[in-house]
Design a protein around this ligand. Structure first.
Ligand SMILES: NC(=O)c1ccc[n+]([C@@H]2O[C@H](COP(=O)([O-])OP(=O)(O)OC[C@H]3O[C@@H](n4cnc5c(N)ncnc54)[C@H](O)[C@@H]3O)[C@@H](O)[C@H]2O)c1
Length: 440
């Protein structure tokens, strides 16, 4: 099938690559000239495990191409997938300007029947708006389908090759058939393609992200209570998660959700609820608790140093909003580093992948260290912000030698408080009991 992907970011590039890999002829369109140039030169602008190989192989075999020319893109694809940004607007709603403006541009170039697929996360009713915009500008036949994306950054290629489910929102048989044909290679093991109306499909994406954000936030809020009452959230998590109605996933306490999706999607759903005169009080609470959570670790640091960080040096391990990605959008690390710098501290950071991205956004200067142990050199304490695997089993003696004090603030609970104490560290986690040292 001829497929055009419009928007070659985390979603679009992965979609383009996996669709090319199942034999489709894919043309990716992006209006960022530099990005398209680098893709044409074989450079992948984002880090995503497995993506580089997939892109290179399909480019080499002639099934995956890149362009800035939307007209060429529209003429190429039977299916045109919109993988465009829907960032947060000032009032919390999703900014639909990219999706709506691009839809109007697409309509101007249509030369035959097209299935326009909204992969972007968009509020209920957006498919109807896209339909109306296109209808006004062309007499060509077309359908607009909602097909929300559920991939997780850091596992995007695997999620796309083996999705748990594919949601298709359409009331048109012809468009549904095209979508089923396109996705047939990805559902061979029985994972479902769930067909529904457009509005339910649009809502499904927000409902899923709102639920996941709530699950994380509930655990974070409980963790803070655990700190007060001397319980250990890690033990509580295990006790809870073994109940199949709860499940073990998404129960890890930490510094709050970040990234390019949960924060804006929660806010957009809150906006939809208010506009429709049905405020979702539960999500208001989630949003508020989450915005406080990234300050929990800094509060522990301030407490320990009696509110005086002037002249101190802190090592920071982990910058991306989660492991296995270079994405730093809404990353807690940025808030925490800025808090340290504002209070007169120096900061030495290490991240396996995301340091280059951070260099472009931090206003004040920090030291970037290629090796994790270099960031510890002479530091008054280590702050662990992102739970990259390489931090899980370090050489503790080496750490103690490098640090000025054997002091760790662990925002991701990757170590055991008792073991850390036995190793001679002062260790603060999230929700690990009194003073973060736990009631062991
Ligand atoms: N990133 C994720 O993990 C994820 C997961 C599920 C859903 N989503 C949703 O998918 C959508 C895209 O997210 P993303 O993370 O891939 O965004 P992104 O910012 O990484 O990529 C968007 C791309 O679109 C391009 N673009 C913008 N306007 C354009 C235009 N008019 N024409 C052509 N290209 C244009 C940008 O240059 C960029 O390359 C969003 O709605 C997001 O909420 C994202």
């Amino acid at each position: 099938m001829n497929v055009t992907v419009v928007g070659t970011g985390y979603v679009g590039l992965v979609m383009g690559a996996v669709l090319a890999d199942t034999g489709n002829d894919v043309l990716c369109v992006d209006n960022n000239v530099a990005k398209v140039e680098s893709l044409k030169n074989g450079k992948i602008p984002i880090f995503e495990p497995g993506l580089e190989d997939l892109v290179k192989r399909n480019v080499k075999e002639g099934r995956l191409e890149f362009t800035t020319d939307l007209k060429q893109g529209v003429e190429h694809g039977l299916v045109i997938m919109l993988c465009l940004p829907t960032p947060q607007d000032e009032d919390g709603s999703a900014d639909l300007s990219h999706v709506l403006n691009c839809s109007a541009d697409i309509a101007g170039f249509m030369n035959s029947y097209k299935v326009i697929v909204s992969k972007s996360t968009v509020p209920v009713g957006t498919v109807d708006r896209v339909k109306a915009i296109i209808k006004e500008k062309t007499d060509q036949p077309f359908d607009v389908v909602s097909n929300p994306e559920f991939l997780k950054e850091g596992a995007a290629v695997m999620d796309s090759l083996k999705p748990d489910r594919i949601v298709v929102g359409s009331s048109n048989e012809k468009a549904i058939k095209v979508m089923k044909d396109l996705y047939a290679p990805f559902v061979r093991t029985g994972n479902p393609i769930i067909i529904m109306d457009e509005r339910s499909s649009e809502m499904t994406k927000y409902a899923a992200n709102g639920f996941l954000a709530t699950k994380i936030t509930y655990m974070n809020d409980l963790a803070n209570l655990c700190d007060k009452v001397g319980a250990d959230i890690e033990l509580v998590r295990k006790g809870m998660g073994s109940d199949p109605r709860i499940g073990p996933q998404f129960l890890f306490a930490g510094l709050g959700y970040g990234g390019s999706c949960f924060p804006k999607d929660v806010k957009a759903l809150i906006n939809t609820s208010k506009v429709n005169d049905h405020p979702l009080a539960i999500l208001d609470a989630v949003d508020e608790v989450n915005s406080m959570q990234r300050y929990v670790l800094i509060k522990k640091v301030l407490n320990h140093f009696k509110n005086s960080l002037e002249g101190k040096t802190f090592a920071v391990w982990g910058l991306s909003f989660k492991p296995l990605t270079d994405d730093i959008r809404e990353a807690p690390a940025l808030t925490i580093i800025n808090e340290l710098l504002t209070r007169g501290a120096s900061v030495q950071v290490h991240d396996p992948i995301a340091m280059d991205n951070v260099k472009h956004v931090l206003e004040k200067s920090v030291s970037y260290c290629e090796k994790s142990y270099d960031a510890l050199q002479g530091a008054d304490a280590l702050l662990i912000i992102t739970e990259w695997n390489e931090f899980r089993n370090p050489d503790f003696d080496k750490m103690k030698k490098a640090l000025k004090n054997p002091l760790i603030f662990d925002g991701r609970n990757i170590f055991d408080p008792k073991e850390m104490k036995d190793l001679g560290f002062v260790y603060y986690g999230i929700g690990r009991g009194v003073n973060g040292n736990g009631p062991h």
